[in-house]
Every structure is written in C-alpha cells, then in structure tokens.
Design a protein around this ligand. Sequence first.
Ligand code: FE
Ligand code: FE
Length: 191
Amino acid sequence: MKEAFIDIRKQLEKKLKKDRFEHTIGVMYTAASLAMRYHEDIDDAMMAGLLHDCGKYGSAQEQVERCQKHGIPLTQSELEMPALVHAKLGAYFAEKEYGVTNKGVLSAITWHTTGRPEMTMLEKIIYIADYIEPNRKIIPGLQEIRETVFVDIDHAICLCAGNTVNYLRKNGKPVDPMSIETYQYYSDKGE
Ligand code: FE
Ligand code: FE
C-alpha cells in the first residue's frame, strides 16, 4: 500500500470506532474494484473510500458543532438530520487535515450519503461502495444491488436510493430532499 494511504489509515484507526474503521477499509477496496470496472482512477477511488467517513466520530451534536466551529454552512435538513452532517464535515477534514487537493475526491466524500442527480463516476462509486461493502449486514435488496452495480451502475444507484428512501419512510424517519432527487433522477434515467 502506498505511503500516503498508510499514514491516513493509521490516523483513522485511532480516530474511528472499530466497526467504523472496518467499514472504511471495506469501502476503500470496494471502491477500488468499481474503479477497475468503470475505468476510474484507482488511487482516487481508494482515497475517497478511505476518507468518506472521516468526519463521523463523536455524537451528532458534536459533529454539528464542529461544522459551526469551522464555518461549514448546513442546510435546514442537515440540522434536522444530523446523520448527514458527517459528509460535509468529512470533505472539510479531508482537505484541511489530510491534505487532499483533488476536487473530485472531495466531492465524492461530500455527496456519499445522499447522492445527487448527475453524479460524476467517482461520486457514484463511493455512494454505492458505501452501501455494498462486504461488512454491511445483509438487508433486502442488497444482493441485487451488489450484482447490478457491476453491470449497470446507474440502475444500481436507482435501486440503492430507492431502498434508502423506502427504509427511512417505513421507519418514520425524515428523508433528505436530495436523497429523493437522487432516486427520482436515476429512476427517470432508467426509463
Ligand atoms: Fe457515511
Ligand atoms: Fe460509510
């Protein structure tokens, strides 16, 4: 493994909970496989995978406070759904603390939780890798997404976004408008 990765990996191992760290490594290698399949830069995919959850430590409230401290603007829905905050915070840390300058990597971290319409290939890869990495517990639909993503990544995004929105609705949880937009866009695209 390259020097730059080893160093960041060590820092994350100290910072993140054990399960979160294992998930991170799973996302990193899953992103690498998808980069191979879709002709993306493998190092960029691994770096984005490695750092995608680097903002996800401490309580939700602490994450919100960290954003305020660093002047990271949050939307109303991010304040209502603090589970989303770590994505923006992670992109900030990736740049300021881990020295990432590649804008594509930073935006893949920013959009990994909700996705967005018209994602770049790297954004799609991290969004999906986060969902399908090997340590994820099996939930309905996961097997289909794992198979589909290697055939048709846009269709896999549609399935993934659809699952996320349905799961949140079924459990009476608020859904970020951007997640709905992602689902809408990729479901229309498949028609
Ligand atoms: Fe995340
Ligand atoms: Fe994650």
